[in-house]
Design a protein around this ligand. Structure first.
Ligand code: NAP
Length: 312
């Protein structure tokens, strides 16, 4: 029987744990806080910023919104980062990218205090992740691992350590944000980890790897990349992808909304309906990994807060 993993419930469970820990810190006179840094008004980044603010409010965190204009200079932005580095009410700094072209990602990220780098952008923290000593595992890869750990305990009655050790894990996608760090997190748990990417597909070798996976983690940003022929019977599939696609009827004709415009919907990289019954467990999209990602960012902010107050 396939288990559709309830990532929303996992996200809510983590949030309760965060609220409890925050109350304990507040009883000691300490309040965790997150600052977002958005330069200009990129739509996607603004949506993400709003979510972070909402979750900070729910958890009782401080929240600081830094939003210099689109034409801010690199020096202006660095000055803001330095101010946030020194601000004791801010435990973690989240730069929201893309930045406008006059601002270098590398320069801004390298100027963030490594102890406030809660989404693991700084090369120092990426290096620690590669060494298996991550202080702040990046939010999306950490969400994937957290989902698998909670699934192992609850559904398979297994210690996550035994669940990961020797498991054949295949990651699709090798971006610095998702694919590479999630592969490191799996490898650091002693899984036999393979990473595939667009060149694997171009050589016609994707199925050869994915069809052998006990655990398949997909983060390519390509709707319907993974069909049933690419999945092993009884595999656990975690779909990180988020894609907006057009809705069509059974004849392939566009379905229109009440305003006469083409209807769209959000899907992952895995053809959920076609793949589901072949799996032991699968995460859906929407209401999947994304329901846990922000909570992992908040867990990192709590950790940063404890570090800066000498509690860790
Ligand atoms: P990205 O930077 O575009 O990376 C995509 C990766 O997939 C690249 O490594 C690319 O390989 C690989 N790829 C592309 N087409 C492929 C194919 N046909 N076969 C095999 N590999 C292929 O994207 P990202 O930032 O890692 O994000 C990946 C997906 O996750 C996106 O849909 C994004 O929206 C979603 N996402 C979700 C969350 C969440 O919380 N749920 C968070 C972040 C991202 P090459 O580099 O070799 O081209």
């Amino acid at each position: 029987m396939t288990k559709v993993i309830d990532c929303v419930a996992i996200g809510e469970e983590i949030m309760k744990e965060i609220v409890k820990e925050t109350e304990e810190l507040k009883a000691k006179g300490i309040t965790p806080g997150i600052a977002t840094l958005l330069v200009g008004d990129d739509f996607g980044s603004k949506m993400y910023r709003g979510q972070v603010e909402k979750f900070c409010d729910e958890a009782g965190f401080n929240y600081v919104n830094e939003n210099p204009p689109e034409d801010a200079s690199e020096a202006d932005v660095i000055a803001i980062v330095e101010k946030l580095n020194a601000d004791k009410s801010v435990s973690g700094i989240l730069p929201l990218r893309p930045f406008p072209e006059q601002i270098s990602d590398t320069v801004v990220i390298n100027s963030i205090d490594v102890n406030k780098d809660i989404d693991c952008f700084h090369p120092f923290n990426m290096g620690k992740l590669a060494l298996g000593e991550a202080t702040f595992p990046p939010a999306t890869p950490a969400a994937v691992i957290e989902i698998l750990e909670r699934y192992a305990r609850k559904e398979e009655n297994m210690d996550p350590k035994d669940f990961f050790e020797g498991a054949e894990i295949v990651v699709v996608g090798h971006s610095n944000i998702v694919g590479k760090p999630v592969a490191f997190l799996a490898l650091n748990r002693n899984a036999t980890t393979s990473v595939t990417h667009v060149f694997t597909s171009m050589k016609g070798n994707l199925a050869k790897h994915t069809a052998g996976a006990d655990i398949l983690i997909v983060a390519a940003g390509k709707a319907d990349l993974i069909g049933p022929d690419l999945v092993k019977e009884g595999a656990i599939v975690i779909d990180v992808g988020i894609n907006r696609v057009k809705v069509v009827d059974e004849k392939g004709e566009p379905v229109l909304n009440e305003k006469g415009k083409q209807k769209t919907k959000t899907v992952g990289d895995v053809s959920f309906d076609a793949v589901k019954d072949k799996t032991r467990a699968i995460s859906p999209v929407p209401k999947g990994v994304g329901s846990v990602t922000n909570r992992m960012l908040m867990k990192n902010a709590l950790r940063a807060c404890k570090i800066s107050n000498g509690l860790l």
